[in-house]
Ligand binder design. Structure first.
Ligand code: ADP
Ligand code: ZN
Length: 798
């Protein structure tokens, strides 16, 4: 009899290792590692992952049998199993949380199983299953264990295909399309008979002539000026017919023009040849591709990926959360077509689920996605790319708190393939590794079009003469005016992080605060409310001061809403678009704004960090940064790095085509090195300067850090528990490691929970892993009502 080892879905120390279960006869030899099963566990029934099989001889006790299968095919492949165990060590998380993290959200909800016979013979061979059909749908509610076992056997024998479909909204949308009934020359004959002024009819025929076999979405045709009455006429005249087509729901899947590889310049060619050489030799080389903005990094990625595909391998490309613009996706799809699968947070659960299954079945050869796409179940990976590798969205904020770079390196080792970290402003850690030769440095020092980098001017806002009632200095106003007259485009960035508008009473100084958090409420004019950005609390804007009853309660600070208002007042003729969390909440709106601006339907794009990166608009010649200091003012060791990075990235949006670019940075700290070096756009100089600062202050990359956060509803208890932990840590770690704290966090209370933290800084620490594992598994079980979170290599120390 077979014995399966199962990790059950309970986050606890006792269940962090596999339990043994008997494999029932009807599942013997068809159950696979990586499938989920239902197992009895004490009085309960639990979900579990099969992670291995064991020999019977080593067990004496009575084992319970597996109750039934949840999956008909493995949803975790052998590589993912290894990743999960690596992750659980690295992030001090339970194995089960790591396994769950790697699956798409849809896997955790209800899905039906669609079973298709491979051929007629199979369908005929199993009449009790297929009942004369080819397909069988097993409902998510099905409890027929024998049937599931039978299907598991058929799947294992390769006789059927299995597809999961989410119960809700998962089915692909059907749409009306128009298809020609005639061939090209017949269509041409028809065109000759249509009057010149019947524009819509002519357009319809012309579109069909361009591709007589196409199925054209009616909605798209209408958008392009073919009226519904023209379509009706076409049907009546026998030119076309209506058909139903399955539409992929993904907003990114609109048709793209195929594109050919570009002729590389010498720096690009050198980079590509190094990368492809590593692919050919199955080397797990880590490359750091340091290329200024507009230097053609993406083309290097594309041609390197093409090489991996040509070698019969697959490729994985990661991009940051908010940069995953339709622009980048379009460029990749235009090169690789339907081989591309996408995993992106703007897609619905159902869409991601479908894409994930395509990857798992081996139908997609290229995966493009955000952070979690690093877990895409691609096999035979030939190349991994992390674009904008410095980006903070690559670090997961919740358990397991992993850094995508670490997983990328793990997969590169597992697959014997290179990984490319690309950026104009690499993370200091990465650049330092390249310095030591741990990464191989590839440089693209010039822009493709040989254009100089844009010219950067600093406006010193402390200079009283420059102050205006407006958020735009006179210099910036004048520059915008000039660009508008030339019919060029402008981007205005308001870095709003921690810098939103709040209310204050001019008489008593009262500021409305969140009742649940230690933070002032933010004014949202469009909804006429005050909102807490931490817990979501919302209340109406008061007319009178709730404290003194005075009427002089006013706005302070500013947000992108106010900026939009002011810009509209200053430049009434210009058309503006605003992009921030409020205007991009609706699905597809992010894409719509970018499309409109890209088509030059607006003159000014203003917004928050979202607009700083990755966008490529040839008509943009001016970028204005309204408040360069807001990132600088954060009390964190990475604030200079973040400021330099943001300014360089946003400056890189200007002058990317033939027209030269200009950047204006408004700041209250014109002498700060991050601002000065951003003006020169000298990353290497910044790297050297910042490394000295880090060395003196014992920060990364000279030291590694771990952040331990404790939280709970009673401040005294949180503090006491954290003091206890700090004392234990100091006892257990060597005296070369530094334990700082506990201290209350900058915002101590969020949603009525109090937060304290401890920071560990170390270089070499033999006892770290065991000490923190002990802490993680002892304390995360909510001891004294206090939650302990361990963040290895945290993004910030705040
Ligand atoms: P980066 O990612 O480094 O900011 P991009 O890859 O977006 O730069 O390249 C900037 C522009 O240059 C893009 O419009 C791209 O199509 C173009 N480009 C890149 N490589 C070449 C090349 N070898 N020849 C011509 N144009 C190129
Ligand atoms: Zn709040």
């Amino acid at each position: 009899m077979q014995i399966a080892q199962v990790i059950v879905d309970v986050s606890a120390r006792q269940t962090n290792t596999p339990f043994s279960y008997l494999v029932p006869d009807n599942l013997e030899n068809s159950l696979d590692i990586g499938m989920r099963v239902k197992v009895p566990f004490g009085p309960r029934k639990l979900t579990g992952f099969v992670v291995g099989f064991a020999d019977q001889s080593s067990f004496n006790g009575r084992l319970k049998p597996i109750e039934s299968v949840i999956d008909l095919y493995p949803v975790i492949n052998p590589e993912m199993l290894k990743i999960a165990s690596f992750l659980s060590k690295k992030t001090f998380s339970y194995y089960i949380s790591c396994l769950q993290t790697m699956l798409p959200g849809g896997m955790k909800t209800k899905f039906d199983k669609v079973i298709t016979a491979k051929d007629d013979q199979v369908a005929a061979e199993y009449p009790e299953i297929f009942n004369g059909n080819h397909e069988l749908v097993v409902s998510h509610a099905s409890n027929d264990r024998d049937q599931l076992a039978k299907l598991t056997k058929l799947r294992a024998a390769g006789k059927v295909n299995v597809d999961y479909r989410l119960v809700k909204k998962a089915n692909p949308v059907q749409a009306v399309a128009i298809k020609s009934k005639l061939d090209g020359s017949q269509l041409n004959e028809c065109l000759a008979t249509v009057k010149q002024n019947a524009k819509a009819q002519r357009k319809l025929l012309e579109t069909l002539i361009a591709d007589p076999n196409a199925e054209l979405l009616q909605s798209e045709l209408v958008k392009q000026g073919v009226s519904s009455s023209a379509i009706k006429h076409g049907i009546d005249a026998g030119w076309v017919e209506k058909v139903m087509v399955t539409q992929r729901r993904n907003p990114f899947f609109k048709p793209v023009e195929p594109s050919k590889p570009l002729n590389l310049n010498s720096d690009q060619a050198k980079a590509v040849s190094k990368i492809t050489e590593a692919i050919d030799h199955d080397e797990n080389t880590r490359f750091l591709l340091e290329g200024v903005t507009g230097s053609g990094k993406t083309e290097v990625y594309l041609q390197s990926m093409a090489h991996a595909l040509a070698m019969g391998k697959t490729a994985l490309m990661l991009v940051p959360e908010i940069t995953l613009t339709p622009q980048i996706v379009g460029r990749i799809r235009s090169r690789f077509g339907d081989q591309v699968a996408m995993l992106h947070s703007a897609m619905s659960t159902g869409e991601r689920f479908d894409e994930w299954q395509r990857i798992n079945r081996g139908e997609a050869k290229v995966v493009v996605g955000v952070r979690s796409a690093i877990f895409a179940p691609l096999t035979n990976v030939g190349l991994i790319i992390m674009d904008e590798e410095h980006d903070s969205s690559y670090k997961q904020g919740d358990n397991p708190r992993y850094q995508t770079r670490d997983v990328a390196k793990f997969r590169s080792d597992y697959n014997h393939c290179p990984v490319v970290f690309g950026s104009a402003t690499p993370a200091l850690e990465s650049r330092a590794r390249a310095q030591k030769g741990v990464y191989q440095l590839l440089k693209l020092p010039t822009r493709i079009n040989k254009q100089a980098l844009p010219h950067v001017d600093i406006v010193d806002m402390t200079d009283a003469g420059k102050q205006t009632p407006s958020m735009l200095s006179l210099e910036l106003q004048k520059a915008v005016e000039e660009r508008l007259t030339k019919h060029e485009q402008v981007i205005l960035l308001l870095n709003r992080r921690g810098y939103a508008s709040f209310l204050m009473c001019r008489d008593c100084g009262y500021v409305p605060k969140c009742p649940n958090c230690d933070i002032s409420l933010t004014v949202h004019k469009s909804s006429h409310s005050l909102r807490c950005h931490y817990c979501g609390h919302e209340e109406p804007i008061p007319i009178k001061c709730p404290n003194c009853g005075g009427k002089r309660i006013r706005h302070f600070g500013y947000g992108s809403e106010q900026l939009e208002e002011q810009v509209n007042e200053l430049f009434p003729e210009a058309k503006t678009l605003r992009m921030d969390v409020d205007t991009t909440r609706k699905k597809g709106s992010h894409e719509r704004i970018i499309d409109e601006f890209g088509a030059h339907k607006a003159d000014i794009l203003l917004g928050t960090q979202m607009i700083a990166k990755g966008l490529d608009f040839p008509d943009v010649t001016l970028v204005g940064v309204l408040n360069a200091d807001s990132a600088l003012d954060f009390p964190d060791f990475r604030s200079s790095e973040r400021t330099f990075e943001l300014l360089t990235q946003v400056a890189g949006r200007a002058g990317r085509a033939e027209k030269s670019g200009q950047v204006i940075i408004q700041t209250f700290n014109p002498d700060h090195y991050a601002i000065k070096l951003a003006k020169e756009q000298d990353y290497e100089k910044f790297y050297e300067t910042e490394m000295r600062v880090r060395q003196l202050a014992k920060y990364p990359p000279y030291y590694y850090t771990v952040k331990i956060t404790g939280s709970g509803p009673q401040e005294r208890k949180v503090a006491a528990e954290m003091y206890g932990i700090a004392t234990e840590l100091k006892q257990q770690l060597s005296n070369k490691s530094i334990v700082l704290g506990p201290t209350p966090k900058m915002i101590t209370r969020i949603n009525n929970q109090y937060y304290y933290q401890i920071i560990i800084k170390y270089r070499f620490e033999d006892n770290l892993q065991s000490t923190l594992e002990q802490l993680a598994f002892d304390r995360t079980n909510n001891r004294n009502g206090i939650q302990i979170a361990i963040d290895n290599d945290p993004l910030d120390l705040m």
